[in-house]
Write a protein that binds this ligand. Structure first.
Ligand code: PMP
Length: 466
């Protein structure tokens, strides 16, 4: 059955498929961290439905919540009618929101995917401000619909102004750390304030508190607070895309909680549906300018997803899974850094909570110091010329010792993924060059399972490095 299914699907299904290309797995059963194929092989699943499975596969509380709805005879789809199931979901969701937002939040159910909620967010801030421009960040990923693509990093068609996202290893200013984040923030400020920049006051700024698809890049808390101040001072709504970072993944219930900022709009999906499709927008009530019907969609009333989501949110909150993700993630990072951080083909090990990335680089190539001004070459951010085209901010004065990272090695990352698979471990790749090996395990992963995951991953990296 296994081979036949694989063969038929690769013949019939679009080549736009992603994971399927690299994973010769026909999953038929799954529980927690484990997924089992039709051929009987078992894998540790650190892809978790691209970060959807906060509680892992088929968690009993999620299954029970779904069964309860099925057994109750409730309608399964209700457009946007009020129902007890939805009431329970919204009540639980509001319990978790950042305090500044919880008291005055509106929730809007969107079409089932994260990208639908991103579209709604972009439309909302445009409607609320009467302005059209958007600020987004290099390396960002917000989805695959046209509007979401326009604010994503790799998009060729750039309709949003792209700003530098702070990062240590491939800092666009070649300095990293707090100084790199400071330069990135000043770039943003000057772009908004310099009349010569040609950037009119935008309708909104959208950011991920930790870039996931962009290669697991945690934004420093200070920088996030700075973005909050910059946008608040200028009356620009700040949209936090917590599609991937939400529901405890980074060690706080929402990743913005680390910095204490209150975004004006939050985009939520993935784990909030407890493995079923669900996407919502949460925003400050004074932004609620929609006319009835201004943003509709058929699949906004999936009761199974809401029930699974309520069970998931409550379980994460009641069992302190966010805090645990923070502690366990820190230990996993520390072990990875000590085991493979020094490897000639590992550029950086980074992450926050249970969002972990290992960037693979060309071994051997020397890291050379050069003037930081040089670092603002075509390498500055995805789309390359973004800053050159938009940035009035002058390159910082050099020369200063700057770390020049070794070239990204996507083929090594691919080799690590293959080696992991051979050892029964499913990982994901990401990053601008596809060179970052990513782990997104369920928050319910046990200490022993985490050790098994790291054993296999470090072994895979060692094999590739040999
Ligand atoms: N935003 C972020 C931060 C994401 O990680 C993703 C999905 N990886 C999306 C939006 C899009 O969500 P979806 O794939 O459900 O459309």
């Amino acid at each position: 059955a296994h081979e036949g299914i694989l063969r038929r699907q690769s013949a019939r299904e679009s080549s736009a498929r992603t994971y399927a290309r690299a994973l010769p797995i026909v999953p038929v059963r799954a529980r927690g961290l484990t997924i089992e194929g039709a051929d009987g092989r078992r894998y540790l699943d650190c892809l978790s439905g691209a970060g959807t499975l906060a509680l892992g596969h088929n968690h009993p509380v999620v299954l029970q919540a779904i069964r309860q709805v099925l057994d109750s005879g409730a309608p399964l789809t209700v457009l946007d009618l009020a129902t007890p199931v939805k009431d329970a979901f919204v009540t639980e969701l509001f319990r978790t929101l950042p305090p500044g937002l919880a008291d005055r939040a509106r929730v809007q159910f969107c079409g089932p995917a994260g990208t639908d909620a991103v579209e709604a967010a972009l439309k909302l801030v445009r409607a609320a401000t009467g302005r059209s421009g958007l600020l987004a960040f290099t390396g960002a990923y917000h989805g695959m619909t046209a509007g979401a693509l326009a604010v994503s990093g790799g998009a060729r068609e750039v309709r949003a102004v792209r700003l530098p996202y702070p990062q240590d290893y491939r800092c666009p200013f070649g300095v990293g750390g707090p100084r790199g984040a400071e330069l990135a923030a000043r770039w943003t400020e000057s772009l908004l304030d310099d009349p010569k920049s040609g950037v009119p006051l935008p309708a909104g700024m959208i950011l991920e508190p930790v870039q996931g698809e962009g290669g697991v890049l945690p934004a420093p808390d200070d920088w996030l607070r700075r973005m909050r101040r910059i946008t608040a001072d200028r009356g620009v709504p700040l949209i936090a895309d917590e599609v991937q970072t939400g529901v405890g993944r980074t060690g706080a219930f929402w990743a913005v909680d680390h910095s204490g900022i209150t975004p004006d709009v939050m985009v939520l999906s993935k784990a909030i549906g407890g493995s079923l499709p669900l996407a919502v927008l949460v925003y400050r009530d004074d932004l609620d300018v929609w006319e009835p019907g201004a943003h509709a969609g058929t699949f906004r009333g999936n009761q199974l997803a809401m029930a699974a989501g309520t069970a998931t949110l409550a379980y994460v909150r009641e069992h302190g899974l966010a805090e645990r993700a923070g502690r366990l993630g820190a230990r996993m990072l520390a072990r990875l850094r000590s085991d493979i951080g020094g490897s000639a083909c590992v550029g950086e090990v980074r992450g926050r909570g249970l969002m972990i990335g290992v960037e693979m680089v060309e071994p051997g190539a020397e890291e050379v110091a050069r003037g930081q001004g040089d670092a603002l070459g075509p390498e500055a951010g995805p789309g390359g010329g973004d800053f050159a085209a938009h940035g009035p901010y002058p390159p910082p004065p050099g020369p200063q010792a700057a770390r020049v990272p070794r070239p990204a090695a996507p083929e090594l990352a691919e080799a690590v993924r293959r080696e992991c698979l051979r050892r029964g471990l499913i990982v994901e790749l990401g990053g601008r060059h596809g060179a970052v090996v990513r782990l997104l395990p369920p928050l319910t992963i046990s200490d022993e399972q985490a050790t098994a995951v790291l054993d296999r991953l470090t072994d895979a990296v060692a094999t590739v490095a040999r």
